[in-house]
Design a protein around this ligand. Structure first.
Ligand code: ZN
Length: 241
């Protein structure tokens, strides 16, 4: 089986559609690591596409914020404004769908979780080498896929030791090794590459790689501005920051 793993779509429907197009002939199933909503102007369209196309979905902090399951006091002003806008905009059905998502799921050989698997609803980022090495004790599957930082990266643990690489991911899965992969962000990349990111996990070829897909950034930016969301949320998309 081949899987697409998507995270941090952030109500960016243009980016989500481009990624689904790119994945169509490459994968058998689609998995989603949360933050479907928040920041962008098209939460309903993204929720509906994810609900229809994804075989497994876990909740991100923006799901919990929009569903009213957490306080917004730890959010920065932009995230808070977007979360409040999203909460007002969604109807009860959409909010109920978000609220019902699990924090963590095991799927085949992989654990799916938005932030660190250590305590998923503490929403800890997995960015540094140490963040990732610490997380291996908190899942039992061979692979674990995370999002949340919007920065792709991979951590490997084997009998020979361990390694970490930030940025573009393209790894062959070796026998006896375990892997933690940050899949990056579909709808708001922050690694200075504005193209949408998603991960292709090919269980037969034993390979995990990040793919980058261009999408109509200008269309997404104008929808964010037209919705009255902070213009910073539109501007950052063009720079991937
Ligand atoms: Zn996010």
């Amino acid at each position: 089986m081949r899987y697409a793993i998507l995270s941090d779509i952030h109500a960016n429907l243009e980016a989500l559609r481009a990624v689904l197009d790119d994945a169509r002939d490459r994968v058998d199933a689609i998995l989603c690591l949360g933050d479907v909503v928040g920041y962008g102007a098209e939460p309903e369209g993204c929720i509906e596409l994810v609900a229809e196309r994804c075989q497994a979905v876990v909740a991100g902090n923006h799901e919990h914020a929009a569903a009213g399951l957490m306080t917004l006091e730890w959010f920065n002003p932009y995230a808070r404004a977007a979360a409040e806008w999203t909460r007002r905009r969604l109807d009860d059905d959409h909010r109920a769908w978000l609220a019902a998502l699990p924090l963590l799921r095991e799927f085949e050989e992989a654990t799916l979780v938005h932030a660190s698997p250590q305590q998923p609803d503490d929403w800890e980022y997995v960015i540094s080498a140490e963040d990732g090495y610490r997380a291996f004790a908190s899942f039992t599957t061979r692979l674990c896929f995370v999002g949340h930082s919007h920065l792709p990266g991979v951590w490997v643990q084997g009998s020979w030791g361990r390694s970490h690489a930030a940025g573009a991911v393209d790894v062959a899965l070796e026998p006896g090794c375990r892997y933690l992969v940050n899949v990056g962000s579909v709808g708001q990349p922050r690694d200075r590459d504005p193209r949408a990111a998603w991960v292709l996990w090919d269980a037969e070829a034993k390979r995990v790689s990040v793919r980058r897909v261009p999408y109509d950034v200008m269309a997404t930016r104008s929808r964010i501005v037209a919705a009255g969301l902070p213009t910073f949320l539109a501007d950052r998309l063009g720079e991937g920051r």
